[in-house]
Design a protein around this ligand. Structure first.
Ligand SMILES: Cc1cc2nc3c(=O)[nH]c(=O)nc-3n(C[C@H](O)[C@H](O)[C@H](O)COP(=O)(O)OP(=O)(O)OC[C@H]3O[C@@H](n4cnc5c(N)ncnc54)[C@H](O)[C@@H]3O)c2cc1C
Length: 410
């Protein structure tokens, strides 16, 4: 008979890793199983990712809580957002331009490469957790009586009172638990790479709406100190055939195209890294929980990447799940069905609403600069002219209000 552990987290990525660390802060040691290997720090940091994650203030606060934030090898805070239409109707600005690195108070959030964040979370898990296993292949997850059994390819079997599925968009846990998934195919592709421009970004995230689709330029940290302030990650939403065509261009043709399409906003595009493409699909699990099992992060929901919120809503899942678990544990209850239902109740409606607002038709809905989505509902011009309204949208976007009634409140 194997012993029954309190919690096994399958998937030790950004969201699973944060969950394990929040639980450890609360005195609960989780077993973490991840299919990926431990990252090599030197190799990981030697290359720039083609894309960045726009971390909200709530996510930054949670990463500080588990002491991962100070471990980030690089990140790029941003203090302003600028969105405009190529054809000249409608434009909006939030925050401010910063010549120097914005302070924590000035920053709206920060752009971090996923691999740099993964590396920091892995390092912290290695320090903090007693049972963190990498290169693990989970072959079966089955429900017993008041317990879940997890079978690994090496013949090991684990039994647990709670399985947390944090294994990403193609979640094996979700499949094994027979939780149905709704999928919406946008029939578009995202084209992404890092670029260097002639003029500095001044810590402003930009998005321009072109006939082909929105093009976002997101400030990112540079590998070369003397080029700091000039590198950005682009995310360009395109019909599939355009994405194919643009991805196949050589560097000179691609940078010339970007210079034109960005209307020389930051001067000439001088350099571009190899392009990556990804299909745009939204996915929503029909349930987040079952008895003794919870889904979090991309395993539960994948929203349009242009919302720039995927990891942020995943981190909020982690915070709310840990909050309800740790709260009930103080009363001697662990992972009861009602505890898990409270997690689903607090997260699913909100996540679904965000997903639907991203799926509506029109350019403002697909902006990666999230406050603009709210601004749209009030009318762009009205918002642009009313600083108080803009402040209200910004405070919605930072996510901190969603932590208000939790043990992670700021
Ligand atoms: C192009 C693009 C741009 C994006 N931009 C943004 C952005 O600006 N801001 C933002 O917030 N979000 C963005 N996102 C979304 C964000 O990347 C995801 O929401 C986030 O990575 C989800 O984290 P996760 O931990 O749930 O899943 P993942 O990061 O996918 O981690 C899953 C983990 O589970 C492990 N795993 C998988 N299968 C198994 C298995 N069977 N057994 C054990 N382990 C397993 C994997 O090794 C991995 O470590 C973007 C996504 C894309 C594609």
């Amino acid at each position: 008979m194997s012993t029954v552990v309190d919690v096994v987290i399958i998937g030790g990525g950004l969201v699973g890793g944060l969950t394990a660390l929040l639980l450890a802060e609360g005195g609960v040691q989780a077993t973490v199983l991840d299919a990926a290997p431990v990252l090599d720090a030197a190799q990981t940091l030697a290359v720039a990712n083609p894309r960045v994650l726009a971390l909200s203030q709530a996510t930054i606060h949670l990463l500080k809580t588990v002491k991962v934030w100070d471990k980030l090898a690089r990140q790029m805070p941003y203090s302003g957002m600028q969105v405009w239409n190529k054809n000249g109707y409608g434009d909006i600005n939030f925050g401010q331009v910063s010549v120097h690195t914005p302070s924590d108070q000035q920053a709206l959030g920060s752009m971090v490469e996923p691999s740099v964040l993964n590396l920091a979370i892995q390092e912290k898990m290695l320090e903090q957790l007693h049972d963190y296993r990498t290169n693990v292949q989970v072959t079966r997850v089955e429900q017993g009586i008041d317990v879940w059994h997890i079978h690994l390819a090496d013949g090991t079997q684990l039994s647990t009172k709670l399985v947390i599925g944090a294994d990403g968009a193609n979640s094996f846990v979700r499949e094994q638990a027979f939780i149905a998934l709704d999928v919406l195919d946008y029939k578009q592709a995202g084209l992404t790479c890092a670029i260097r421009t002639a003029q500095p970004h001044q810590h402003v995230a930009r998005q321009i709406f072109l006939e082909t689709g929105p093009l976002a330029l997101l400030p990112m940290a540079s590998l070369e100190p003397e080029q700091d302030g000039y590198w950005q990650s682009i995310v360009w939403t395109l019909p599939d055939d355009y994405a194919e065509e643009y991805a196949a261009l050589d560097d000179a043709a691609f940078t010339a195209l970007l210079t034109r399409e960005s209307q020389h906003m930051l001067g000439e595009v001088l350099q571009a890294t190899p392009r990556a493409q990804f299909p745009l699909k939204a996915r929503a699990a029909q349930q987040y929980v079952k008895a003794g099992l919870a889904l979090i992060g991309d395993a539960a929901h994948v929203i349009h990447p242009l919302a720039g919120q995927g990891v942020n809503i995943g981190c909020l899942d982690a915070a709310i799940l840990c909050d309800v678990l740790l709260h009930d544990r103080k009363r001697g209850v662990w992972a009861h069905e009602q505890t898990l239902q409270r997690y689903e109740h607090r997260r699913k409606g909100q996540n679904d609403a965000m997903m639907h607002s991203m799926s509506a038709i029109g350019w403002l809905e697909t902006t990666s600069l999230f406050p603009v989505v709210w601004a749209r509902n009030f009318g762009l011009k009205q918002v642009q002219q009313r600083p108080a309204l803009k402040d209200a949208f910004m405070s919605q976007a930072n996510g901190l209000h969603l932590l208000k009634d939790t043990c992670y409140a700021v």
